[in-house]
Each structure stands twice: as C-alpha cells, then as structure tokens.
Design a protein around this ligand. Structure first.
Ligand code: GRF
Length: 205
C-alpha cells in the first residue's frame, strides 16, 4: 500500500500526508523547484520532476508522468496542489485510485481563485473537498468535506488560511480511509464503512 503524491507548488498538503504517516512512495512535480520537493526530500521521500513544458502535447506529458508514477506501483495517486488538468486517458488509467483536494465546498467554486470568488459571492460557509479525480474538472465523487465560517471582515488570505488548516485535517484522513479499504462508491456517491457521518467535518473559529 503506497501513495504517489503529485504537486506543483509549496506542498503543504503533501507535508500533511507525511506528518500523518501516510506511506508516500514518491513525490512528483511538474514544476522544477516547487517548494514541496525540498520538504519531501527532508522527509527522505524520493522526488522527481516531469516538466509539462518539456513535452509537445498534453498526452506526451501524461505518458511520461504515468510512466514515472507506475514505476512505484502505488495504490493511490494523491493530487495535492497539482495544477494540471488531466485527460480522460489519464483518468481512466487511475479510475477509482486518484484523488484531489480542492479549496471549496464543491460543487460550488470549481477551478481557480476559489477564496476570492467565495468572498465576492458573500457565502457564509466555505471549505474544502476531497474527491476522486474524474474527466470533468473538480467534479468527481466527493469523499470528505470540511466547512469553515466566512467572517464579516475576512480577507482572501485569512479565509485561505482557515480553509488550508482544514485541508490538512481532511486530506490525510481521506487517504487513510482509502488505504484502509473503508471507502466505497455507490451510484457516484462515496460511503465510509460504518459511519457516513464521518464524511463531514466542521471547524469553529
Ligand atoms: C491547496 O489549497 C489545494 O487545495 C489546492 O492548491 C493548494 C495547494 O497548496 N488544490 P499546497 O501546495 O498543498 O500547500
């Protein structure tokens, strides 16, 4: 049982997985110099870079990425701030064994700049979602969500930090449940053996 983590940046969710003692076989980034690579190395985890810019097409990039991932034969591929849209071929290859953390309560605010958009919309509750990766962006079956309040004078940074704290709680939890075989998908909905109530988590400031 092992996990390959894909990152593009600072890697705080990846670090949360390491701190939770998730068995991470390797960390792969599409960005050379991504901050998370140094963190992974400090934890003694093998790191690789597969730069998307080195390939003529998205497919060629993904072929190289899949080749590197599969060398580790992971049970799960965990996207953790991995800023590439994946093709249907990639999604099929990892069907049911690739997950992502997204900084909003899906299906609201798919895509980028979620915190700015949440503030602009005036929502009173925001949060994060762990979901399976599917062909449609940020739309796969939802594992686990954490909600946080949006406060009257929130800034984007304050709200992002509040959400990120919960990302670091729910992502390791979801990965652990996956590895422990506790999750199942029925009719596109995720269930956790024994206690579906565990799939919601709420923070109070
Ligand atoms: C997180 O907010 C994650 O939800 C989003 O990108 C950010 C990555 O942060 N997909 P980090 O690299 O894990 O610190």
């Amino acid at each position: 049982m092992s996990v390959v983590v894909l990152i593009s940046g600072r890697g705080s969710n990846m670090e949360a997985l390491l701190r939770a003692k998730i068995p991470v076989a390797a960390v792969i980034s599409n960005v050379a110099g991504a901050g998370g690579l140094a963190i992974a190395s400090r934890h003694g985890i093998p790191t690789l870079v597969v730069k998307h810019g080195d390939f003529a097409t998205r497919e060629a990039f993904e072929d190289a990425l899949v080749h590197e991932i599969d060398r580790f034969a992971p049970s799960l591929v965990a996207h953790a701030g991995f800023m590439r849209i994946t093709t249907a071929r990639y999604v099929d290859h990892y069907a049911g064994r690739a997950m992502n953390i997204h900084p909003s309560l899906l299906p609201s605010f798919t895509g980028l700049h979620t915190h700015e958009r949440a503030l602009a919309a005036g929502v009173k509750v925001h949060g994060c979602t762990v979901h399976f990766v599917t062909a449609e962006l940020d739309a796969g079956p939802i594992f686990l969500q954490a909600a946080v309040p949006v406060l009257a004078h929130d800034t984007v940074d304050a709200l992002a930090a509040r959400v990120l704290r919960q990302e670091h709680v729910v992502y390791p939890r979801a990965v652990r449940w996956f590895l422990d075989g506790k999750l199942s998908i029925q009719n596109g909905r995720v269930h956790v053996k024994g206690n579906d109530a565990q799939l919601a988590y709420s923070d109070t400031p």
